[in-house]
Write a protein that binds this ligand. Structure first.
Ligand code: ZN
Ligand code: ZN
Length: 178
């Protein structure tokens, strides 16, 4: 006769309905009928935290849940939360530099990209025309520092006369280009 070892008591018993309950069809339960009838151990109501060694009531206020034997973590909630906090802080510390660099790179890359987009947009004929019309309409002049820039000098190094003259030259150049 076929035999079966009970999962609980490890005894070998005949694999029949007399010793093992049949679950459905041909499936026998892993525990023998004797073991099934034994009262289960009452669930513990308290638990000692493995970290701070405090004994606390076993509930979700004191322990975080986990798919464990009793369904709770072995360390209490405040110990676990504290550990988690330190872990986060450590992670943040280690990653701050990396994160900062990533942000910096992202900004630089996106700045480049956005400047490129702006430049392309300005180069489009319809926008060029609109810009020119806008300049004429608003009688826009080159600001002093831009004039100084075209000479490769700082504003402080130039007298108003020189700035005016250079501005005139630039204007003439611009007119000639048209
Ligand atoms: Zn058994
Ligand atoms: Zn604890």
């Amino acid at each position: 006769m076929e035999k079966k070892v009970c999962r609980k008591c490890k005894e070998e018993k005949p694999k029949t309905n007399e010793f093992f309950r049949i679950h459905h069809n041909d499936y026998f339960r892993p525990d023998c009928k004797v073991c099934l009838k034994k009262p289960k151990k009452p669930k513990p109501t308290e638990k000692k935290c493995c970290s701070c060694k405090k004994t606390l009531k076993l509930n979700i206020d004191n322990f975080r849940k986990r798919c464990d034997q009793d369904g709770f973590r072995s360390d209490c909630k405040s110990c676990f939360d504290e550990k988690q906090r330190l872990r986060h802080r450590k992670f943040y510390k280690e990653n701050t530099e990396k994160e900062r660099k990533r942000l910096r790179d992202w900004r630089t890359n996106n700045l480049k990209r956005s400047l490129e987009t702006q430049r392309k947009s300005r180069m489009r004929p319809e926008n060029k025309k609109r810009q020119k019309e806008y300049d004429i309409k608003n009688n826009l002049e080159l600001p002093n520092h831009r004039v100084a820039n075209t000479l490769g000098l700082k504003l402080n190094d130039l007298t108003p006369d020189i700035i005016e003259t250079q501005r005139l030259i630039l204007k003439i150049k611009r007119e000639l280009k048209k």
